[in-house]
Ligand binder design. Structure first.
Ligand SMILES: Nc1ncnc2c1ncn2[C@@H]1O[C@H](COP(=O)(O)OP(=O)(O)O)[C@@H](O)[C@H]1O
Ligand SMILES: CCCC(=O)OP(=O)(O)O
Length: 358
């Protein structure tokens, strides 16, 4: 088989799934989502320990799709919790892999994207990239002040999907991303609410630690009660860290991170499920209001994206509270795989220079 120059494998490890696909230039050859239940992942103490499990699944999918790995011209992974950096396409290098393996900025499945891409690319002697990692940081100085001198607010978000969707919506308005103001909300396993001012994400609730709760995270908690819980002797450091970052939100109330299951419970008359669903929409709406204030009310559109944006009920519950701010555009699901492939293509074609992580 002739080697295709631009056959690109993209790998997006998320909290509850590994999404992957193969593109030939812009054309999608296939896309697959392998879901991981809490039970599947509970034997791994750290995210990096999931490496072989997720890699084997990815290789199995390639086999099932009849893609020979030697035909790949490059591999792109979702970028993880790296140092704060500007958006763009980055060549995977040793420093990046070292930082991700150490998980100094925290544990998240996206930390595996560059590691998986780098190992496969190394075997094939082709380049590996990441695009718009979760640590893209375009916050203005005022947004970094937390209110406690020991703590600085940081930017961790679904930057890849939010920027891709924002660009697409701007294009549909016949405008450039750099000419509009949006509040973009990613409703996934984590939730990001971001004001995009003329092409820059000038603030964001850190999707691992602040803002609304989400399917597996608690979001911002009342500080004094959290401090009390930390020193209650009920939990170790690791247990409490896991509780707030992957066993909070829907999971803490219902033992599932699947919004569809919680909706089904509410529809069957479960009152707790009903109010927790309403609370998610309520908290997201409050955060949208806060980010509209960051934009001084100059908001062209509010964009709702991510898996939960498929939920008519949650979207309607958010919309009724924020529709006074700006028109709402719903773009359910995500464009992460396409955005990863396009980011690599721009570099392969010489349209953009790959940034270097250092
Ligand atoms: N049709 C749907 N209706 C409601 N929720 C959905 C639907 N499809 C997916 N979801 C929910 O979206 C969440 C995952 O969103 P996704 O954007 O795929 O997450 P991730 O952030 O892990 O990429 C899960 O809670 C899932 O239950
Ligand atoms: C850390 C920000 C990105 C994020 O929360 O992704 P998931 O929703 O996939 O966990």
């Amino acid at each position: 088989m002739a080697l295709s120059k631009n056959r690109i494998l993209v790998i997006n490890p998320g909290a509850t799934s590994t999404k992957m696909g193969v593109f030939e230039d812009e054309a999608l050859l296939f896309k697959r989502t392998v879901d991981h239940s809490v039970q599947d992942l509970q034997e791994f103490a750290k995210v990096v320990d999931q490496y072989q499990y997720r890699l084997d699944l990815a290789l199995q999918v390639l086999k099932e799709e009849n893609i020979e790995i030697k035909t790949l011209a490059s591999i792109v992974g979702r970028g993880g919790l790296l140092k704060s950096l500007p958006g763009g396409t980055y060549k995977v290098n040793e420093k990046m892999i070292e930082d991700l393996k150490k998980a100094e900025r925290g544990e998240h499945a996206s930390n595996l994207g560059a590691v998986m891409a780098s190992d496969l690319a190394g075997q094939l002697n082709v380049p590996a990239f990441i695009v718009d990692p979760v640590s893209v940081d375009e916050m203005e100085p005022v947004a970094r002040i937390s209110g406690l001198a020991d703590i600085e607010r940081i930017s961790l978000s679904h930057a890849l999907n939010m920027k891709a969707v924002a660009r697409k919506v701007a294009q549909e308005m016949d405008k450039a991303y750099e000419d509009v103001n949006f509040v973009v909300v990613h409703l996934g396993t984590g939730v990001s609410v971001t004001p995009h001012k003329r092409g820059k994400m000038i603030d964001v609730n850190n999707a691992k630690a602040e803002g609304p709760f989400s399917p597996d995270r608690c979001g911002g908690l009342p500080a004094d009660q959290l401090v009390k819980l930390c020193f209650s002797g009920k939990y170790t450091y690791d247990e409490l860290k896991e509780k707030v970052s992957s066993k909070g939100g829907f999971y803490s109330y219902f033992g599932t991170t699947d919004a569809r299951e919680v909706e089904a419970m509410a529809a069957a008359g479960n009152e707790k499920a009903n109010i927790v669903l309403e609370a998610l929409a309520y908290q997201v709406a409050k955060e949208i209001g806060a980010m509209a204030a960051v934009l001084e009310g100059d908001v062209d559109k509010i964009i709702l994206t991510g898996g939960i944006a498929y939920s008519k009920r949650i979207v309607a519950d958010i919309a009724k509270r924020v529709k006074f701010i700006a028109p709402i555009e719903v773009v359910p699901g995500e464009e992460e795989l396409e955005s990863l492939a396009l980011g690599a293509l721009r570099v392969i074609r010489g349209e953009e220079e790959a940034a270097i992580y250092s």
